[in-house]
Design a protein around this ligand. Sequence first.
Ligand code: GDP
Ligand code: MG
Length: 176
Amino acid sequence: MAEESGEEYLFKIVLIGDSAVGKSNLLSRFARDEFDHNSKATIGVEFQTQVLEVDGKEVKAQVWDTAGQERFRAVTSAYYRGAVGALIVYDITRRTTFDSVKRWLDELNTHCDTAVTRMLVGNKRDLESIREVRTEEGTELAEEEGMFFIETSALDSTNVSKAFEIVIRDIYEKVS
Ligand code: GDP
Ligand code: MG
């Protein structure tokens, strides 16, 4: 949803990508500046809302996290409904998660129109020594698919706010 009421904007943004790539930790880092070392499949929260200021306007980013349904490839259409932004996350240390990006894009495209702002996110860049996906591969795929691209670390906070802020600003520029 991209709703404007007075000076308020509310943007729904979804997190997608394979299991254990760090989606929930990216959200907890962004929304609460927290990191969880123990992987929990479910955090039990559908979404978290973060308020930001863009060009002096209040923008609410409602960021949706899966409750682990991606394990069963059963992320529902309700999850995608009304989304105006998506972060497609992979883990730079596991190539299979990068290979899955195309499938996630297909799923996104079947549920949302192409105007959705999309950001490809290569997470866990703190684990450089066991990297399996080169930065250039991410750059290339993002260019091919017309997405933004960034590498992040939810562990050490690198680029986490930036990833969300780029998406939010792009959405804002489309609707304002
Ligand atoms: P999700 O299944 O995609 O939501 O992934 P989680 O957020 O649950 O994270 C899966 C595992 O990866 C957990 O053990 C996290 O502690 C770990 N993790 C998440 N992000 C990072 C990161 O940026 N760096 C490192 N080293 N580990 C991470
Ligand atoms: Mg999760």
